[in-house]
Ligand binder design. Structure first.
Ligand code: VGL
Ligand code: ZN
Length: 213
């Protein structure tokens, strides 16, 4: 297989590489911090980099703590459908919400924060869980002439998958770099996410598929 050189109209989307999803974080993903050196090594090949940050107000409706009688990883019915309930995590302005200190992306042009509406979650960097409220990222990328996106970060089966699916639906050629992601993987969510992504045309790639100098 020939190596991919990211084109000038490609963007790297670095999803939620935050303390909250790494060891010691409030919603730690196994091996979360292991993606940091891989992403740092990929970044210099990209002319366009967007970072996302899960950015919840205290008492966000995705937190189990605000649903009487519910525990984290159970579900609740919201006006937009079934929502997995999480431990309190990535509260705006806290250490848990900060990007991992070793993430080195000096050329990144945009940090998009999501999940800031108290009553709506947003796994996707493009569209919130009501499937109506846009974050503005699609318009930003299109106005900048971006045609292809490479998605990396945390977690594969939630924010990475939803971001990749929405990117694909918006017409971007979309790859997820598997080894630059780590998953939560509850109730088969990782396998389900991959089959849905591949069915929609998301390309499953490895960082070794990229030409890295
Ligand atoms: C995420 C669950 C809740 C993620 C964010 O970044 O994948 N997962 N909030
Ligand atoms: Zn969240």
């Amino acid at each position: 297989m020939s190596l991919i050189t990211p084109a000038p109209d490609a963007a790297l989307i670095v999803v939620d590489v935050q303390n909250g999803f790494c060891d010691g974080g409030n919603l730690a993903v196994a091996g979360g911090a292991q993606v940091v050196p891989i992403i740092n090594r990929m970044a210099p090949e990209f002319a366009n980099i967007v970072i996302t940050q899960d950015w919840h107000p205290a008492g966000h409706s995705s937190f189990a703590s605000v649903h009487a009688g519910k525990a984290p990883f159970e579900t609740a019915e919201m006006f937009y459908g079934t929502q997995v309930l999480w431990p309190d995590h990535c509260v705006q302005g806290t250490h848990d919400a900060a990007l991992h200190a070793d993430l080195h992306l000096p050329t990144a042009q945009l940090i998009i924060r999501k999940g800031f509406h108290a009553g709506i979650d947003s796994y996707s960097a493009f569209m919130e869980a009501d499937r109506k409220t846009q974050t503005g990222l699609e318009a930003y990328l299109k106005q900048r002439g971006i045609r292809r996106v490479y998605v990396v970060g945390l977690a594969t089966d939630f924010c990475v998958a939803w971001t990749a699916l929405d990117a694909c639906a918006a017409g971007f050629e979309t790859s997820v770099i598997e080894d630059a992601c780590r998953a939560i993987n509850m109730n088969g969510s990782l396998a389900a996410a991959w089959s849905q992504m591949q069915a929609q045309g998301v390309v499953r790639s490895q960082s070794s598929d990229l030409r890295l100098s």
